[in-house]
Design a protein around this ligand. Structure first.
Ligand code: AHR
Length: 521
């Protein structure tokens, strides 16, 4: 029997995101003029709260209203030339077109992620530490510069795509917390890109790339490794990497208040001060932050007081473990322990920045005809499961990077303009061209298009905002009160509280909400 847990709903702000950040930043700064506060970006908000950024990294946007420098550097393979990628305007968004033109006809790697704080805490290719990386000299790999495209406020940009083996580091920083000094940090990640390797981190680490013992690092971790800590569901979880332990709360191992979170754009926060730390997170596209832990240092020796060393890492563990995967868009580290109110204002600014996956970014906006996608379940039991066909039936299966090519192909669909309605979509099988997902007696199958009007209608689904607030829900074109739903790992069209067992109202909103993910094949 599948374990079903209740849906998670993050607090929704009553103010518009832009108004919220303006108001919150204005309050923090002790000013009341919204026009002044409206220009406040993440690090302006932290400064107004008395906890200024000492490092600010982003490949997508400025993190100070006045910043007009380079965001990152790329190197192209054709001639090894490098180019700094800057902003479209001061305090604005990345000039992705500059990257596209510089990298046209060749490939580019991200070589430097510049620190916008003025402290020179730039991130570069991580050197060997406790573990050597896979690149020459034992360095880690650099990220492919085009592997994590995104939109932000209608502008194209690129995130930092961390495949296992990739890592960035700065072992000689300026102003970053040491010892038991207080600090805060946030990062915006792709909540659908993670793995169970150690350790997709952003934050404070050892300055020699080695495991120097409990408490020698303090970083945000995101992923579903269960070797140390974990929370509810199957993960991924936001946890704190404090060295020799990923902590989801006060206990080593399980903490019930740390939920699985998989928002496509995820704000993740860790902060720490003497014998006190917290984990917070939220949907970077809407709403506020939830606090998953706020309390004393872990019930384990060596973490109080902390012995932070002040290096900065991205995509790796403190000892240069590099088995992890994830995508990073932006993040900062602060001097001082930020208040929840400051972070709430930063979150409002992140939401206002407008991360989306495609131009427009509306409901179903990611389902672009012609694109290949995979559909990931969002119910906490099942966030590693994807809709795939198996013996002609549509089911959900756990698919990972080590799944077979057959499984990956079975879980990949080409979005087509709806066979029965141009405003809706159909899903053609990747490995069985001409076959589509269709329902029959309310159950979904992969079947060949017989050209009939009934097949077209049965194979057409109309996307709308996910019923749980996450992803998309897919209404059947000819049974519009029924939505594509997984139930006991089989896929149906279901109406909430209807007469079949698969219509069960329990977990319905989560079961009918799907993340449109990168294609597995
Ligand atoms: O704390 C978890 C990991 O343990 C750290 O990132 C790494 O340095 C060590 O292997």
């Amino acid at each position: 029997m599948m374990v079903r847990s209740g849906s998670r709903h993050l607090r929704k702000t009553l103010l518009s995101a832009g108004a919220a950040v303006a108001l919150a930043a204005g309050l923090l700064a002790g000013v009341s003029t919204p026009s002044q506060a409206a220009a406040s970006l993440s690090c302006d908000v932290y400064a107004a709260g008395g906890t200024p950024c000492v490092a600010a990294h982003s490949t997508t946007r400025a993190l100070y209203g006045s910043y007009n420098g380079a965001l990152y550097q790329v190197r192209r393979s054709s001639d090894n030339a490098t180019r700094d990628i800057g902003l479209l305007s001061a305090g604005g968004y990345a000039d992705a077109a500059a990257q596209d033109s510089f990298c046209a006809g060749t490939t580019c790697l991200i070589t430097v992620i510049y620190d916008q704080s003025g402290r020179g805490n730039h991130l570069r290719q991580a050197p060997p530490g406790g573990f050597p990386g896979p690149a020459p000299g034992g360095y880690d790999n650099l990220a492919n510069a085009t592997a994590a495209p995104t939109m932000i406020n209608g502008h194209k940009a690129y995130g930092v795509y961390v495949a296992p083996g990739t890592g960035y580091r700065n072992n000689a920083t300026n102003g970053v917390a040491k010892g038991d000094q207080p600090e805060g940090m946030y990062a915006v990640f792709d909540g659908t890109h993670y793995n169970g390797g150690c350790c997709f981190d952003y934050g404070n680490a050892e300055t020699n790339g080695r495991d120097n013992g409990n408490g020698t690092m303090e970083a945000i971790y995101f992923g579903n490794i269960k070797v140390w800590g974990y929370g509810t569901g199957n993960g991924p979880w936001v946890m704190a990497d404090l060295e020799n332990g990923l902590f989801s709360g006060v206990n080593p191992g399980y903490n019930a208040n740390d939920p699985t979170v998989s928002h496509r754009y995820l704000t993740a926060i860790v902060k720490g001060e003497p014998n006190h730390w917290a984990i917070r997170a939220g949907n970077a596209q809407s709403g506020g932050l939830s606090t998953f832990y706020n309390g004393p240092r872990p019930n384990a020796p060596g973490y109080n007081p902390m012995k932070k060393e002040g290096a900065i890492i991205l995509g790796i563990g403190g000892d240069n473990s590099h088995g992890s995967a994830g995508t990073f868009y932006e993040g900062v580290m602060t001097s001082g322990y930020p208040s929840d109110a400051t972070e709430n204002a930063v979150q409002a600014g992140i939401v206002a920045a407008g991360y989306t996956t495609t131009p427009g970014g509306g409901p179903g906006g990611t389902l672009t005809p012609g694109s290949s996608i995979s559909l990931r379940a969002t119910t906490s039991c099942c966030t590693d499961r994807f809709i795939r066909h198996q013996n002609d039936r549509a089911v959900t299966s756990v698919i990972t990077s080590s799944s077979s090519s057959v499984d990956k192909n079975d879980a990949t669909w080409i979005v087509r303009t709806g066979l029965a309605a141009a405003s809706c979509v159909s899903f053609e099988s990747k490995n069985y061209p001409g076959d589509y997902l269709r329902h029959q007696n309310y159950q979904l199958y992969r079947q060949h298009n017989d050209g009939s009007a009934l097949f077209a209608a049965d194979a057409t689904f109309c996307p709308q905002t996910g019923k749980s607030g996450q992803g998309v829900s897919l209404a059947s074109a000819n049974f519009p009160d029924r939505f594509v739903r997984h139930y006991n790992n089989t896929v149906y069209i279901a109406s909430e509280g209807g007469s079949h067992d698969f219509d069960s109202a329990s977990a319905w909103a989560d079961d009918v909400s799907w993340l449109v993910d990168r294609p597995w094949a």
